[in-house]
Design a protein around this ligand. Structure first.
Ligand code: NI
Length: 256
């Protein structure tokens, strides 16, 4: 049993074969998928997809790239969407200084407002953080966000930051990047944190694992991520699948 905690099946990369692919995934060892919203439109799409497909749950949130959407109206829209029965988290939210650092004040405001929304709704958060470790940790600490729980998704920082995040109450999202030969920091982070704090994710259509690097990703490739985590931790693949499945159910407060 595998739980894909972070996917974007509403993405146009799946327009040709979305339903067929989800059928195929439903027949595989994948048992649950959380489709993650990244702005107001894709949050709506995620809720729609979850209502249509049993295997899917949804999250609603605005990614730092679209931070300008986080106005009073934007928050109200997310609050409405979060009423959907299958909505399990607020995300993905956070800071991304890789593409744009000039609007860091806007990104921080959007991040904090959505953490407050998650608190109001009693939902965990999915944190996106790229080239912004210090500011991300500062906001998570000052808002006491560890109490909400959730995940540092597509984790790309050092083992020290991984351990600090775990201590705060977060899970660490591990996906295709861990299979890349040059992903030294991520491999070290996987070794450093307990398996009880790791969840699996694709971020598909992005970040396909080796040997599919650069191709369209899907939950069907998560076996390669399982294999690498098992190798790094010196345990068997079944243990990785079972424990990360349990972790994901716990994190999102849902039943199998
Ligand atoms: Ni994502």
């Amino acid at each position: 049993m595998i739980f894909d905690t972070h996917a974007h099946y509403d993405d146009e990369a799946f327009n040709e074969d979305r339903e067929k692919l989800i059928d195929e995934i439903s027949r595989s060892e994948i048992r649950k998928i959380v489709n993650v919203g990244a702005n107001l439109v894709t949050s709506q799409n995620s809720v729609d997809l979850a209502e249509r497909r049993d295997i899917n749950n949804a999250t609603v949130g605005v990614h730092p790239d679209d931070a300008a959407e986080v106005t009073d109206e934007g928050i109200e829209r997310l609050r409405e969407l979060a009423k959907g029965k299958k909505v399990v988290a607020v995300g993905e939210i956070g800071l991304d200084y890789y593409w744009n650092k000039e609007n860091s004040d806007l990104q921080k405001m959007a991040f904090k407002r959505q953490i407050e929304l998650a608190r109001e709704l009693s939902l965990p958060i999915i944190v996106h953080s790229r080239d912004a470790a210090a500011d991300t940790m500062e906001i998570l600490h000052e808002t006491d966000a560890g109490k909400l729980g959730g995940v540092i998704h597509c984790f790309s920082y050092s083992p020290e930051i991984a351990l600090e995040s775990v201590k705060m109450g977060f899970y660490i999202g591990i996906g295709g990047v861990v299979t890349f030969k040059n992903a030294k920091k991520i491999k070290e982070s996987v070794e450093a944190i307990p398996l009880e704090k790791i969840v699996l994710e694709t971020d598909c259509p992005y970040l396909a694992p080796d040997p599919f690097r650069g191709k369209r990703n899907s939950s069907l490739y998560l076996g390669y991520v399982v294999k690498e985590i098992a190798r790094l931790k010196g345990i068997d693949e079944n243990t990785v699948m079972e424990q990360t499945f349990k972790n994901a159910l716990n994190m999102y407060n849902i039943e199998a």
